[in-house]
Design a protein around this ligand. Structure first.
Ligand code: 13P
Ligand code: SF4
Length: 315
């Protein structure tokens, strides 16, 4: 029996569903879809997990995605494929420091990105994703609110510029998107002047400034499918190419450069934590029931309020 067939059988036995992010390997993405699960951005992963009627959610992604699934579905068992798969934004925003920062600015509405721990979400008023940040901050600005934003400085700066909201910004970043280089991107664009440039807003501002489309993973995939250009330069984790090729098989996709002045590697637009998700550890997790996400009830209750606001707002 192939490993995919074994996973499918285990999913049935456990009444489990596989929920994958666009950055994990293509074989996991395909399997998630073929077995009645989903592959999507972090917002839709959360929504799918909440609405499905499985007893167990298997999250192929990183820790904060598993925690969000558990917070929204405390009655379900949530398993991740590797307990060590985390995110530099989550690591860079520890609750002790973050709580102090919030305590110093109690006049501000606390808005945190989904790429944070359950504890940080519990301390926040709102949780947002890359696909919803602009809308939520615009809404809060219209209500006259001043914002404390964490943890991604690039996404925070982008949202601040687009909305003109009063934002105090935590200085975290994504190690993957941080590596894109504007100079090298300009050189590449000169080589492919017909190409559209697609950029995830976790990228540095100099890269965002060159973009034709700035958006969440879903928005970037939709741009490849819907826009007239035949060539796209893509500044986000290269796991996304699997879905982009699927929705637009005839279009040419080029990775935005991570090399150039200040580069620490040649081709590194892939998240090392997302890469920890494999078919092998998916099967192992299903067989053993290991890597279960457990969250303190009080923390989960508070975090749920701020995530639920987002789900209601974006419904
Ligand atoms: P999306 O919400 O756009 O899927 O992004 C999640 C993420 O971790 C990007 O690096
Ligand atoms: Fe975190 Fe960046 Fe990896 Fe996304 S790509 S999970 S933001 S480190």
């Amino acid at each position: 029996m192939s490993i995919q067939d074994q996973i499918q059988a285990e999913l049935k036995t456990r009444n489990a569903v596989l929920v994958a992010h666009y950055y994990v390997s293509g074989d996991l993405q395909t399997l998630a879809e073929e077995t009645g699960g989903t592959v999507s951005d972090s917002l839709e992963m959360a929504r799918f997990g909440k609405n499905c009627d499985a007893d167990t959610i298997i999250v192929a992604g990183v820790k904060f995605m598993g925690e969000t699934a558990k917070i929204l579905s405390p009655e379900k068992t949530v398993l991740v494929l590797d307990e060590g798969a985390t995110c530099s934004l989550d690591i860079g925003c520890q609750i002790e420091d973050f709580a102090k920062f919030c305590d110093q600015h109690t006049d501000r509405t606390v808005v945190v990105y989904a790429n944070t721990s359950a504890e940080v979400k519990a301390r926040a008023d709102w949780v947002v994703t890359s696909g919803s940040a602009l809308k939520v901050v615009k809404h809060l600005k219209e209500q006259g609110k001043k914002i404390l934003w964490a943890p991604d400085k690039h996404l925070g700066n982008y949202v601040q510029q687009q909305t003109n909201a009063d934002m105090l910004i935590w200085q975290g970043s994504c190690v993957v998107h941080e590596r894109f280089k504007a100079d090298a991107l300009k050189t590449l664009k000169a080589k492919y002047p017909e190409a559209a440039i697609l950029v995830h807003p976790e990228s540095p501002q100099s890269v965002v400034d060159l973009a034709d489309v700035v958006g969440s993973t879903t928005a970037l995939i939709n741009a490849v499918r819907d826009r007239d250009e035949q060539t796209f330069i893509v500044a986000t984790d290269n796991g996304i190419f699997h879905k982009m090729h699927e929705v637009a098989p005839d279009k040419k996709l080029i990775e935005a450069p991570t090399m150039g002045v200040g580069a620490d590697c040649e081709s590194c637009a892939h998240c090392e934590w997302m890469a920890m998700n494999t078919l092998e550890n998916c099967l192992d997790t299903l067989k053993t029931g290991k890597n279960e996400i457990l969250i303190n009830l009080d923390i989960a209750k508070k975090a749920k309020e701020s995530i639920q606001k987002l789900l209601d707002f974006t419904a």
